[in-house]
Design a protein around this ligand. Structure first.
Ligand code: UT7
Length: 325
């Protein structure tokens, strides 16, 4: 009987258009929105982001990331029997982006569904796929975080539109006799649903409510720092390990100050915290797999390393997955 799941490949995809803070400040100024390169860099650590062209969707970026992950794993698309896409910006209301990714990959017949846990979506997807692989429901899974958050931003709201970017990241998880995923823990607290949301819907052919992201930045910041600390400790303890055993911490990439505070609280050295928010901005469910793939490809994360991935975001949701690579 299969007991574990293991990450056997990673991949990512970014849209073509690179927008630096200078570009964005210029574009916003032309619309009468005042911001500055210094404000964005100092408050968030973001230097640039990639924004998707109007005809590029989450499933397209997700499929591209998935193809890169399959290639690095040496696994054929036909051998995938589970696809989970974490996204809050799906192509359609339905079918799921996972079914569209499956079609793009030509990997028919296995299970495919989307996970909606906003910026915690990838970690939710990983924990779900791990449970399914460990119980024998699937043998090879693609877990993908894919977003075009630029579509749900209010470009007149300087407090949010400078923070996000588009992109996708993916991993191939395979059933294995040895771990793999050592522990995972998921949480949500719906009482905080109003501090970060896109409260729009489609009703009788029209968009109702507010179809743009709104956020109480300071409330999200405080909660994020607190839960990223607690769920890291909880997950590491579940695996019977200590925080000092962690080689790499990959928290959701929302704000470099949140990443630094999390590392500091946990006693993890700054050089052991993977930071890509400077390059990608906040890509919601794509941020953790994008950061993972970056650190795998640049040679920082190698076989045997213990990697703690953490998500936090709207819902309010949070969670962590501890993996031995
Ligand atoms: O992925 C989901 C998770 N999301 C997050 O984790 C985001 C968490 N929150 C944050 O990262 C931070 O709260 C922000 C980066 C969003 C904001 O930083 P802050 O230090 O909390 O700033 P603030 O909201 O307190 O705003 C400070 C000032 C305000 O001006 P006044 O009222 O002090 O005069 C804002 O109006 O900064 C102003 N401001 C801006 N100024 C220039 C807000 N946005 C901008 C901007 N450019 N783009």
């Amino acid at each position: 009987m299969t007991r574990y799941s293991r990450i056997v490949g990673t991949g990512s995809a970014l849209p073509e258009r690179l927008v630096t803070n200078a570009d964005l400040v210029r574009e916003l100024a032309a619309r009468g929105i005042e911001t500055s390169e210094d404000w964005i860099a100092d408050r968030t650590g973001i230097q640039q982001r990639y924004l998707a062209a109007p005809d590029v969707t989450s499933s397209m970026l997700g499929a591209q990331a998935a193809q890169a992950a399959l290639l690095s794993a040496g696994v054929a698309a036909a051998d995938i029997d589970l696809i989970i896409v974490a996204t809050s910006t799906p192509d359609f209301i339905f079918p799921s982006s996972a079914c569209l990714v499956q079609k793009a990959l030509g990997a028919y017949g296995g299970a495919a569904f989307d996970v909606q846990a906003v910026c915690s979506g990838f970690v939710y997807g990983m924990a779900t796929a791990d449970a399914m692989l460990r119980t024998g429901m699937a043998r090879r899974a693609l877990v993908i975080g894919a977003e075009v958050f630029s579509r749900i931003l209010d470009w007149n709201d300087r407090g949010t539109c400078v923070l996000f970017g588009d992109g996708a990241g993916a991993v191939v998880l395979a059933a294995d006799d040895s771990p793999g995923i050592l522990a995972s823990k998921l949480h949500a607290d719906g009482r905080h649903e109003s501090i970060l949301r896109t409260a729009g819907s489609v009703h009788s052919g029209a968009v109702t409510g507010h179809p743009f992201l709104t956020m109480d930045g300071q409330a999200v910041f405080k909660l994020a720092v607190s839960v990223l600390d607690s769920v890291a400790r909880e997950t590491v303890a579940m695996a019977g390990m200590a925080v000092s055993d962690i080689d790499w911490l990959i928290p959701h990439q929302a704000n470099v100050r949140i990443l630094q505070a999390t590392g500091r609280k946990l006693g993890i050295a700054p050089e052991r915290v993977v930071v890509t928010v400077d390059r990608h901005a906040n890509t919601s469910a794509a941020s953790v797999p994008l950061a993972l793939d970056t650190a795998v490809r640049d040679g920082r994360i190698t076989a045997g390393h213990h990697v703690l991935m953490e998500g936090v975001g709207g819902g309010f949701t949070w969670g962590a997955v501890l993996a031995r690579m």
